[in-house]
Design a protein around this ligand. Structure first.
Ligand SMILES: C[S@@+](CC[C@H](N)C(=O)[O-])C[C@H]1O[C@@H](n2cnc3c(N)ncnc32)[C@H](O)[C@@H]1O
Length: 231
C-alpha cells in the first residue's frame, strides 16, 4: 500500500513538473499538424512561424485553455483573433518573402502581425479601435517583435508614408476593395481581403496588381468581423 501511495505521489509530482510552456508547445505543434498542414498549407516559412508564435499570449486569460483550438476567439470590443488556419492561409497566399514590407489592416490582438513579422522584414499594422491597437502594440513590444509597427487609425486610407507594400492583408470584411489600398500595393504585389456583406458569408479574395491590370481570384467562403468606417 505504501508503495502505491509513493507511485501516485511521484506521478502527481511529474505532472505538476511539466512546464506550462511545454504544454502550450505541444498544443501548438498539434495545431500546425492537424489544423494547418493537414488542410494543405505547405509554405515552410508559414508553417515555421505558426509553430513559433505563442498564440496563447494573444488571447484573453479566460480563453487560455482554448488558445490552440480550431476557431476564432473573442478579444474584446466585439472583435476576434482569427482561426489559426485562416491566419496561416492568408499568410501563405501573399507569398511572403524575407525582404518584403507588408501592410495589415485590422491588428486586433497583433497575432497575424507577429506571424508575418517572423517571415518578412517590415510589418505595418493598423487598428481602428484604440484600446485594441494600444494593447497589440504593447504585446508585440513585450514579445520583442521589433519589425512590426502598429498605427491606430482607419485602415481604409492605408499607410501612405510607408507605401508601396509588397503585400496587404485585410482581416475585416469590406464591401469593396478600398482604392487607397490598391494604390499602395506595389506593381507585382498581392492583397488578400474578405469581400462581402458583414452580415453574411463573405468571399476571401486574392487581388494581384500587374501594371495597370488588377486581377481578382475568389479563394473561399469566410466569416470576418466588419470593416469599420468606410467602406
Ligand atoms: C478579425 S479581427 C483581426 C484579427 C487580427 N488580425 C489578429 O491577428 O488578432 C479584425 C480587426 O479589424 C479591425 N478593423 C475593422 N475595421 C477597421 C478599419 N477600418 N481600420 C483598421 N482596423 C479595422 C477590428 O477592430 C478588429 O480588431
Amino acid at each position: 500500500m505504501k508503495s502505491l501511495y509513493f507511485i501516485l505521489g511521484f506521478t502527481l509530482l511529474l505532472v505538476a513538473a511539466v512546464p506550462e510552456d511545454a504544454h502550450h508547445t505541444s498544443r501548438r505543434e498539434a495545431m500546425v499538424g492537424s489544423q494547418i498542414a493537414a488542410r494543405g498549407v505547405t509554405d515552410p516559412a508559414t508553417l515555421r512561424a505558426m509553430g513559433t508564435v505563442k498564440r496563447h499570449l494573444f488571447v484573453p486569460e479566460a480563453s487560455l485553455a482554448d488558445a490552440y483550438d480550431d476557431r476564432p476567439l473573442p478579444i474584446g470590443y466585439g472583435q476576434t483573433i482569427s482561426q489559426p488556419f485562416i491566419v496561416a492561409y492568408m499568410t501563405e497566399i501573399i507569398h511572403p518573402q524575407q525582404d518584403h514590407r507588408v501592410l495589415e489592416i485590422g491588428a486586433g490582438s497583433g497575432y497575424q502581425a507577429a506571424i508575418l513579422a517572423e517571415i518578412v522584414r517590415n510589418v505595418y499594422t493598423m487598428e481602428v479601435i484604440p484600446e485594441l491597437g494600444r494593447a497589440a502594440r504593447e504585446r508585440l513590444r513585450k514579445l520583442g517583435c521589433r519589425n512590426a509597427e502598429v498605427r491606430i487609425a482607419n485602415g481604409y486610407d492605408g499607410w501612405p508614408e510607408q507605401a508601396p507594400f509588397d503585400a496587404i492583408v485585410v482581416t475585416a470584411a469590406a464591401e469593396y476593395i478600398p482604392p487607397p489600398l490598391l494604390k499602395q500595393l506595389k506593381d507585382g504585389g498581392r492583397m488578400v481581403i474578405p469581400i462581402g456583406s458583414p452580415f453574411l458569408v463573405q468571399t476571401l479574395m486574392l487581388v494581384e496588381k500587374k501594371g495597370a491590370q488588377i486581377t481578382t481570384t475568389q479563394l473561399m467562403p469566410v466569416r470576418f468581423v466588419p470593416f469599420r468606417g468606410s467602406p
